[in-house]
Design a protein around this ligand. Structure first.
Ligand SMILES: Nc1nc2c(ncn2[C@@H]2O[C@H](COP(=O)(O)OP(=O)(O)OP(=O)(O)O)[C@@H](O)[C@H]2O)c(=O)[nH]1
Ligand SMILES: [Mg+2]
Length: 465
């Protein structure tokens, strides 16, 4: 019969290994016990962290994940700002002050553009056209003096750009043209940041002190000291006539704040919601925003929205997100029918958008993803058409149709729908909205509709409906 031996630690190699030394002094014993306690504490902490990571991963998997896509300047970040304003009011309020530096940068950039055009005209260097009639200018010595005095704003623009990082530059660093298709440089551009604007916030304000950044403070002072000169040069009929002659419609360019200069330079200025949606800062890498959407009687739902860079060289960074997402919002700026891509002036911007749209609709990884089209910048489209710009001069297929807003916008919608139906997976519905995402009130209605549609679709896909 086999008898059970009482456990003998002298026979157990593990017990032997961790047993205290035979001649341990009281100090050594105290030290050993302290170290053992610390080790237990570290292990407990790791367990807790692992548990938290697991919960976070599950939360992420359960979240509604939305990718916002479109070419650069289409209005992706502005759409997400609307989401933030509506559903993440605390973060929105905390970040408000950080937009001041962006507004100031946008403002000085417009002034510097005006000065570039004026000095170019005065020196006989035609910046925007080769029209010989433009050599006759209504400019004089006053313009020259004002431009010279405002030269100090060049340094202010440089300082603010440095403060705000690479997104403050409209041009991409050197690096090849990927074309409208996705290039294979995924890793290189896949810079994930979960901080979004918070990164900028901490750069603009001291992260711990919350005090206004020196660069921003000096910029505000210098721009304030130039206010009268800026107003004189901007409101001058000669300047306006030169700008008109050069077809430099500054008022319609992103981040235009020259008409708000008195308000912006008043003491204690803080950007309004409208200022923030109108401010322009290019997205670099991928930024992530999280919201919890309260749904009245239903359980709240977590949302993760990804904002990506739209320039051609960054589009490869979109692909890894295709596998994760629930829905994709595609932003198509309709007003761009007469513009060229900044990164490749040979390509019409609307053609690039159509080409991207086709690629997205036919992408196999997105076969089950709900796609929602925002036909954006309708306010600028309307203005352009009313000012007499003819669509047929840029898109021949439009032919001799009426050049009014209703006809043009509905014709564009038909083109998007036709491309969609020819390329999408069967039974996926075509969902589209005409938008002007700087109109926050109208956009909030659109977002409610989008939210409902995405949740409904998600429930159907997960078998909950
Ligand atoms: N007038 C008008 N301006 C808009 C509209 N949508 C966006 N904008 C402006 O256009 C500029 C560019 O918008 P963003 O949201 O930064 O563009 P984006 O698609 O994120 O661009 P990238 O980050 O470069 O990819 C901003 O100054 C916006 O205020 C619109 O519907 N109407
Ligand atoms: Mg952006």
């Amino acid at each position: 019969m086999v008898s059970r031996h009482k456990h003998d630690s002298s026979l157990d190699p593990l017990s032997l290994a961790i047993a205290p030394p035979p001649n341990e002094t009281p100090e050594e014993r105290a030290k050993r016990l302290r170290e053992e306690e610390e080790a237990v504490e570290v292990s407990r902490r790791i367990d807790a962290e692992l548990k938290l990571a697991k919960v976070a991963l599950k939360k992420r998997k359960d979240a509604v994940q939305v990718l916002v896509l479109g070419q650069s300047m289409s209005g992706k970040s502005t759409t997400i700002k609307n989401f933030q304003m509506q559903y993440a009011q605390k973060a929105w309020a905390e970040e408000r002050a950080s937009w001041k530096a962006v507004v100031l940068l946008n403002l000085v950039r417009s002034v510097n553009t005006v000065i570039d055009i004026i000095t170019g005209t005065m020196e006989g260097v035609d910046l925007l056209s080769s029209d010989p009639s433009s050599q006759l200018t209504p400019l004089n010595e006053t313009h020259r003096n004002l431009s010279r005095r405002l030269g100090v704003l060049r340094q202010i623009e440089r300082d603010l750009r440095l403060l705000l990082g690479s997104g403050a530059d409209e041009t991409e660093p050197e690096g090849g043209d990927g074309g409208p298709q996705f290039t294979p440089k995924v890793q290189e551009f896949c810079v994930q940041s979960s901080s979004g604007w918070k990164g900028i916030l901490s750069r603009v304000r001291g992260p711990s002190t919350g005090k206004e950044n020196d660069v921003q403070r000096v910029a505000f002072q210098v721009i304030s000291s130039c206010r009268d000169d800026i107003l004189r040069i901007w409101n001058d009929p000669g300047t306006q006539s030169v700008l008109k002659n050069r077809q430099a419609h500054l008022e319609d360019t992103p981040g235009f704040f020259l008409n708000d200069i008195n308000r912006i330079l008043s003491p204690g200025y803080e950007p309004s919601d409208q200022d923030i949606v109108r401010a322009r800062l290019r997205t670099t890498g991928v930024q992530e925003y999280q919201f919890t959407l309260d749904r009245g009687n239903h359980a709240p739902v977590d949302w993760i929205i990804y904002d990506v860079a739209g320039v051609r060289t960054s589009r490869a960074a979109w692909i890894p997100y295709f596998k994760e997402i629930t829905a994709l919002i595609f932003i198509a700026p309709l007003s761009s029918f007469d513009e060229k891509l900044a990164e490749d002036p040979r390509i019409n911007r609307l053609e690039d958008t159509f080409s991207l749209w086709k690629t997205v609709c036919s992408n196999k990884l997105l076969a089950k993803v709900q796609i929602i089209l925002f036909m954006n910048k309708t306010d600028i489209l309307r203005k352009k058409l009313e000012s007499g710009i003819k669509v047929k001069h840029y898109i021949q297929e439009f032919r001799d149709k009426e050049n009014d807003y209703e006809t043009v916008s509905n014709w564009f919608k038909k083109l998007f729908k036709r491309l969609y139906l020819a390329n999408t997976t069967p039974s996926r519905e075509f969902v589209s909205h005409f938008t002007s995402v700087i109109d926050t009130e109208a956009t909030s209605q659109t977002l409610v509709a989008v939210q409902g549609a995405i949740l409904r679709n998600d429930f159907v896909n997960t078998g909950l409906l």
